[in-house]
Design a protein around this ligand. Structure first.
Ligand code: ZN
Length: 243
């Protein structure tokens, strides 16, 4: 079983009737609902308003893959909570950062760059090209797929060089964007996936759902291990000199 926690700042759905209409039980529950259809996934949700901001040590210790959705109130996540999430990724937990989570504290801590980009709210078309069809995250996805209305995210996206770029987007307005990227940090695997603007029903799109499910499997930890600088004894007999 892969234990997945879907975390959401859970703000837009409470202040915008339009977002509440699309996601009446919150974006986190819409994502959890399709994940639950996979019997290999054990899914729970957490929000910023939960005890310890939904990021307690206990919750993180019981999470194999953390899926993050945040947009408007990234700064309300305490630094200590973001550090806990980062530490757990370095130990082995997978992280999937969705859409505007490019500016979330845990993602930026793990990337070490500003993670800034260009954006435009024009409800334009996005065509996502599957440029690495052999990657497990792209399994079952065609050569490309389209989202009829979305928010434009454009280059340059200030991220460190990804291990792999799985999806590359083109927008009707002319920009391009690395919309599906992977990294390894410590023992943890990270996937950033751009679709998900809150005023469009993007998490009901079957291809988007398939990719998030694939990513949850790919990000699942191979092992959990705290990485320390260990002092070790020699394996062979050696002369030890003062140094
Ligand atoms: Zn957005």
């Amino acid at each position: 079983m892969i234990r997945i926690t879907v975390w959401n700042e859970y703000w837009h759905e409470k202040v915008s009737a339009r977002v509440a209409e699309i996601y009446p039980r919150g974006i986190h529950n819409a994502i959890a609902d399709f994940l639950k259809e996979n019997k290999r996934f054990e899914v729970q949700t957490a929000t910023l308003g939960d005890p310890e901001n939904g990021l307690s040590d206990e919750l993180l210790e019981n999470t194999d893959v953390l899926i993050w959705w945040g947009h408007k109130i990234h700064d309300k996540v305490p630094d200590s909570a973001a550090e806990r999430a980062k530490k757990r990724v370095l130990e082995g937990m997978g992280l999937i950062a969705l859409h505007s989570s490019h500016m979330s504290k845990p993602f930026r801590l793990l990337m070490g760059t500003t993670c800034t980009l260009k954006w435009r709210k024009a409800g334009e078309k996005e065509r996502l090209w599957n440029i690495l069809p052999t990657h497990p995250i792209a399994r079952g996805v065609g050569e490309y797929f389209e989202l009829k209305h979305t928010e434009m995210y454009g280059e340059r996206f200030d991220i460190p060089k990804p291990d792999d770029i799985v999806f590359l987007s083109w927008f009707a307005g002319g920009e391009v964007f690395r919309s599906g990227c992977t990294w390894t940090r410590g023992n943890g695997r990270i996937f950033y996936f751009q679709p998900g603007h809150e005023t469009f029903p993007i998490y009901y799109d079957k291809t988007v759902q398939k990719i998030i499910c694939n990513a949850a499997q790919w990000c699942a930890p191979v092992m959990f291990k705290r990485l320390d600088c260990e002092k070790v004894e020699p394996l062979e007999q050696i002369e030890i000199i003062e140094c």
